[in-house]
Write a protein that binds this ligand. Structure first.
Ligand SMILES: NC(=O)c1ccc[n+]([C@@H]2O[C@H](COP(=O)([O-])OP(=O)(O)OC[C@H]3O[C@@H](n4cnc5c(N)ncnc54)[C@H](OP(=O)(O)O)[C@@H]3O)[C@@H](O)[C@H]2O)c1
Length: 252
């Protein structure tokens, strides 16, 4: 089955680079009109210029509810609707144990990684999806299913994304399907401090033998957005090269 999104309008947050840009590119190649959004206008304009098909961009901080409303309204106005929302933007301002976490960075992480999923979905629901249905895809992480000392608070918000996905799926059915993606380590700017110093060593422990590329996650997002996933909701799809399988090599 070919995965097509012809005639659909998609909005991807955090889409000027990394996984968000790969998802926006895959959706545009599959025929969707795509709204790109992140904080920096220049990077967005550059990214939008390289995408095929109908695109637009709107600078918005994902954690700002007013900017959220404005971006969703601009999507409907410029692209004619909103069928697919990808809540991809996230932040990780604090690395270290929870005992050292300060309130400003704790709150910022929750605003962007967790609360924003609700405010963007509310805006999309009110502007279009309550009437014509749709698809929401949230970016979780395998960190939300396991323990990693360096990024514990970020991972708590990613565990919340998995639960939010189930809750929203139940509340918005049957018109809107809500699913999540849980990537393992993907070679983007956000995760650079984790993968760059020891890429080969990490890859050698992964069953599929390499770290993720943004395109690996984009393929799974295209599947969830498409009619091929029309009986799937409330699910978190792990895309991690087998990391959670946890193969321990005891021979050769
Ligand atoms: N990379 C990984 O290993 C990995 C693993 C698991 C899950 N994830 C998840 O995958 C998603 C994408 O991550 P990535 O690795 O692709 O990150 P990335 O390469 O750093 O890209 C982040 C994107 O989000 C935008 N952004 C950052 N803060 C924002 C904010 N407050 N409001 C709006 N846009 C914002 C950035 O543009 P501006 O800076 O211009 O705003 C950029 O477009 C995130 O949800 C992340 O948690 C990543």
């Amino acid at each position: 089955m070919e995965l097509r999104l012809d005639g659909k309008v998609a909005l991807v947050t955090g889409s000027s680079r990394g996984i968000g840009l790969a998802i926006a590119t895959a959706f545009a190649r599959a025929g969707a009109a795509v709204m790109l959004s992140s904080r920096k206008a220049e990077a967005l304009a550059q990214a939008a210029a390289e995408l095929p098909g109908r695109t637009a961009w709107f600078a918005a901080n994902a954690g700002d509810p007013e900017a959220t409303e404005a971006c969703v309204a601009a999507t409907v106005q410029r692209l004619g609707g909103l069928d697919i929302l990808v809540n991809n933007a996230a932040t990780n301002p604090y690395m270290g144990p929870l005992m050292g976490l300060d309130i400003p960075r704790a709150d910022k992480t929750v605003q962007v990684n967790q609360r924003a999923l609700v405010t963007w979905t509310q805006a999309a629901w009110r502007a279009a999806m309550a009437e014509r249905g749709g698809v929401v895809i949230n970016l979780a992480s395998i960190g939300g299913m396991s323990i990693e000392p360096a990024i514990g608070w970020y991972n708590v918000t990613k565990a919340a994304v998995i639960q939010l996905t189930r809750q929203l799926a139940a509340e918005l059915a049957p018109g809107v399907r809500v699913n999540a993606l849980a990537p393992g380590l993907v070679k983007t700017d956000m995760a650079r401090a984790l993968w760059e110093p020891n890429e080969e060593a990490i890859a050698s422990h992964l069953p599929l033998g390499r770290l993720g590329e943004p395109q690996d996650v984009a393929g799974a997002a295209l599947f969830l957005a498409s009619d091929a996933a029309s009986w799937i909701t409330g699910h978190t799809l792990v895309v991690d090269g087998g990391a959670l399988v946890g193969v321990r090599r005891v021979t050769g």
